[in-house]
Design a binder for this molecule. Structure first.
Ligand code: BTN
Length: 246
């Protein structure tokens, strides 16, 4: 069902931290939204610059209730969200790509990032927090402060973007197929996801568990993992998590 509740803040440390701290009280499909974050966090302990009021800094609190949680595609929710971000950007006439597993790029520059964190205590699953940062309205000074190639929707369009309008399309798109996705898993989005990936068949370097591997991407599998034919011994490795660095 397409019903969600939004809790908004002018300033907060991190929407993910707030969601995790209050996970017991927060209902399923509660959305934490902030205009600014003082301690925005990215993947691999990076800082997520969060000082622009017209960007999106949000966390979705998701508490799927399934009898068998291990069959629930929690790990793939970031990929489902990356596809949702692509669809939303496409509604603005932009052609984004996904850098596995969930970065969204426009003209090879990062426009959004996703940080998923699970809350489990004493073997009990309390919920998943899906943190999303999207560059909607940055200027060149902001862009220069980011430690990797980055862009923003306003720079791609040549005009300011209405944050509320973008956010509504994003959430409506996310929840329109969320229940079906939870029941069906990554296979449900596999073909659409693959269409957005331009590294299939290409040679890449991936950082995985402090190691760097170089090889050719041969497949995105039914579970959302990536198959890599490693350059030196031609063996094929299935990668479940990591970061494509070039
Ligand atoms: C990445 O490193 O690519 C992930 C960035 C995720 C940033 C978002 S902004 C909202 C939420 N709160 C945080 O502190 N981080 C995530």
């Amino acid at each position: 069902m397409n019903k969600y509740k939004i809790i908004s803040f002018d300033e907060i440390d991190s929407t993910n931290c707030y969601a995790l701290k209050n996970i017991l009280e927060l209902e399923d499909k509660t959305i934490i939204l902030a205009k600014m974050q003082t301690k925005g966090r990215g993947r691999f302990d990076r800082v997520w610059l969060s000082n622009n009021q017209e960007n999106i800094y949000t966390s979705l609190v998701l508490k799927p209730r399934f009898k068998n949680l291990s069959n629930t595609p929690l790990a793939n929710l970031t990929q489902y969200m990356s596809l949702t971000i692509c669809k939303t950007l496409e509604s603005y006439g932009i052609s984004p790509k996904i850098k596995w597993p969930n970065d969204v790029l426009v003209s090879k520059k990062k426009i959004s990032g996703i940080l998923a964190e699970t809350s489990i205590k004493n073997n009990e699953f309390y919920g998943l927090v899906l943190g999303v940062g999207i560059n909607l309205n940055l200027d060149q000074t902001d862009i220069k402060k980011i430690d990797q190639a980055a862009t923003s929707l306003n720079l791609e369009l040549g005009e300011k973007v209405n944050r509320d309008e973008f956010f509504k399309i994003l959430l409506d798109t996310f929840f329109s197929e969320y229940d079906t996705f939870l029941m069906s898993g990554f296979k449900y989005i596999k073909s659409s996801y693959i269409k957005k990936c331009d590294f299939l068949g290409k040679e890449i370097t991936i950082r995985n568990l402090q190691k760097e591997l170089r090889g050719t991407v041969t497949n995105i599998n039914d579970d959302g993992s990536l198959s890599l034919k490693v350059a030196d011994n031609l063996s094929e490795i299935k990668i479940l998590a990591g970061d494509i660095i070039c």
